[in-house]
Design a protein around this ligand. Structure first.
Ligand SMILES: NC(=O)c1ccc[n+]([C@@H]2O[C@H](COP(=O)([O-])OP(=O)(O)OC[C@H]3O[C@@H](n4cnc5c(N)ncnc54)[C@H](O)[C@@H]3O)[C@@H](O)[C@H]2O)c1
Ligand SMILES: [Zn+2]
Length: 330
């Protein structure tokens, strides 16, 4: 990923975790952050390749993206007597990645950060791009910064221990990128068994995100396309309060934003990867969250639409229009 100041490599492959010591600079103090839902062998495998490692395990779940958990991690880093030349490694999903990147960004005004994503969502989406944040007073991702990793290492073998629902949720983000930017990737979802093409799916998704981030590192324009499906998706996610996964909500959120022809191709793809295409919760109540969306600019939302697979259109839309689209299609 090439940026004016912070370029880095992204390594994708099977069984590459045992090469972490060769790929990453681990010949120093290494603070490894993981959570207790991630099989512990992944963090241990990284630790075994470090000169001096400390594994810090937080409780799994979105609750870990809090100031209390951040503070505890920073305290441990201080106790470990880390200096500016040391580094941190995230071994886990997007929660661990966001928390760890923010800790790395703020400890001594920034130390090296490596990301080793172990969920599909993190592999295809959150592990690159440099956005990191924690939650505050019930508002998601409201305090954070941009902090690029020094390298990203994706071992597709680590995805084998994920529960199926997490795989489907991760695939939703990849379908999102396919719809706006890569019709061939969408055809893989349509015609093939995605699990047999997982490495290609990850690489193609990352290439899309990489191109977008390279063009618009700080989300002032183009990067908005990564929010495709997220306006309605976030609203449903807020309403469900943890019952549905982020990717499951994004899957639903994409449906209203597609033209009819695209929708008729999207729905079978989502069904094929075990994602729901009808929302059986309280849609009216969920849609009220749209006007709370932090990405709202003035009264209008920069909504991303897909009229043709692989292409997108960004149009300022009122919350009420988006609400109407959702009601017509979900
Ligand atoms: N920074 C960004 O650009 C960005 C983008 C998208 C999402 N996010 C953030 O990512 C978070 C969601 O990430 P997520 O979906 O990866 O969820 P997550 O990190 O909570 O991981 C999901 C669950 O899977 C478990 N897990 C992780 N790896 C595993 C493995 N290999 N085998 C078995 N279990 C495993 C975790 O313990 C957790 O319980 C949200 O907080 C969201 O805000 C950030
Ligand atoms: Zn998302």
């Amino acid at each position: 990923l090439n940026l004016p100041e912070h370029s880095y490599n992204i390594y994708v492959g099977q069984n590459i975790l045992d090469s972490a010591g060769e790929i990453l600079a681990l010949d120093r103090k290494v603070f490894i952050l993981t959570d207790d839902g991630v099989p512990p062998q992944y963090a241990k495998e990284v630790a075994n390749q470090c000169k001096n490692a400390k594994i810090h395990t937080v409780c799994q779940g979105e609750g870990a993206k809090s100031f209390a958990v951040l503070q505890a991690a920073l305290s441990e880093m201080l106790k470990f007597e880390m200096t500016r030349g040391d580094c941190v490694v995230a071994v886990g999903g997007g929660v661990v990645g966001d928390l760890c990147a923010f800790a790395a960004a703020t400890y001594m005004r920034g130390i090296d950060f490596y990301n080793v994503p172990t969920t599909l969502l993190a592999a295809v989406d959150s592990s690159i791009g440099g956005k990191c944040a924690v939650n505050l007073d019930g508002v998601k991702n409201i305090v954070g910064t941009f902090y690029q990793p020094k390298a990203v290492l994706i071992d597709t073998n680590t995805l084998k221990t994920l529960e199926e629902r997490q795989i489907s949720a991760g695939l939703a983000e990849s379908v999102k990128m396919a719809l706006t930017s890569d019709k061939e990737l969408f055809e893989i979802f349509e015609k093939k068994n995605p699990m047999e093409y997982i490495e290609e799916i990850i690489i193609r998704s990352l290439k899309i995100k990489k191109a977008v981030v390279e063009e618009d590192e700080r989300e002032s324009g183009l990067r908005k396309i990564l929010n495709f499906g997220h306006t309605i998706g976030h609203a449903i996610e807020a309403e469900e309060n943890g019952k549905l996964y982020h990717g499951e909500c994004v899957a639903l959120g994409m449906i209203p934003m597609c033209k009819k022809d695209v929708r008729s191709r999207l729905i079978p793809v989502l069904n094929k990867i075990n994602l729901k295409t009808d929302y059986d919760g309280n849609l009216d109540s969920a849609l009220k969250f749209i006007s709370h969306d932090k990405k709202r600019a003035g009264d209008l939302i920069d909504a991303v639409y897909v009229d043709k697979v692989g292409e997108y259109r960004i149009e300022k839309t009122s919350p009420s229009e988006i609400t109407l689209l959702a009601k017509e299609t979900l």
